[in-house]
Design a protein around this ligand. Sequence first.
Ligand SMILES: CC(C)(COP(=O)(O)OP(=O)(O)OC[C@H]1O[C@@H](n2cnc3c(N)ncnc32)[C@H](O)[C@@H]1OP(=O)(O)O)[C@@H](O)C(=O)NCCC(=O)NCCS
Length: 139
Amino acid sequence: MDSRLPLHRLDSAQTYLVAWDGDDPIGHAPIAWHGSRLGHPEVQDVYVLPEQRRRGVASALTRAAERLAAERGRPRISLSFGIANDAARLLYKKLGYRDAGVEPERVTGTIIIRGQPTEVDDTLIYLVKDVDSGSSRSS
Ligand SMILES: CC(C)(COP(=O)(O)OP(=O)(O)OC[C@H]1O[C@@H](n2cnc3c(N)ncnc32)[C@H](O)[C@@H]1OP(=O)(O)O)[C@@H](O)C(=O)NCCC(=O)NCCS
């Protein structure tokens, strides 16, 4: 699978959701259940293969993460995205996320993104969504 998808979070993710098109992995969404900035389960680095975008894959992965959180009795889920990432901003707005009310987080330096050391200078916006059993059923 790692010939298709960047799997650098596979070892560290506490849950690793994968979207499939037949036998082909086409997207993923790692979930951290502990140790997130906001203390809620955090969907980290949703990624969909470029040729599979705008088909609802990221929406399906994010909703699956919300259902898992609700099933585990966690009332809220969080995530962050780079301030200039319009696709992510529009995606999460459509899915009903709201501003988490925390200061945006400046991230600078060399970090590993999808398996590659990458220089970053970005500002992360944190969002949350309530995922009690009522809202998870309606999504
Ligand atoms: C952001 C990303 C995950 C979206 O994946 P996707 O499977 O294409 O998203 P969906 O098809 O579920 O999109 C749902 C909605 O989000 C919005 N959206 C998603 N991508 C968009 C884009 N490029 N431009 C504008 N709106 C977009 C739209 O409202 C879309 O609904 P529509 O297609 O009916 O108009 C994908 O572009 C990606 O992998 N990008 C690179 C990695 C990344 O930036 N991840 C986010 C990290 S937080």
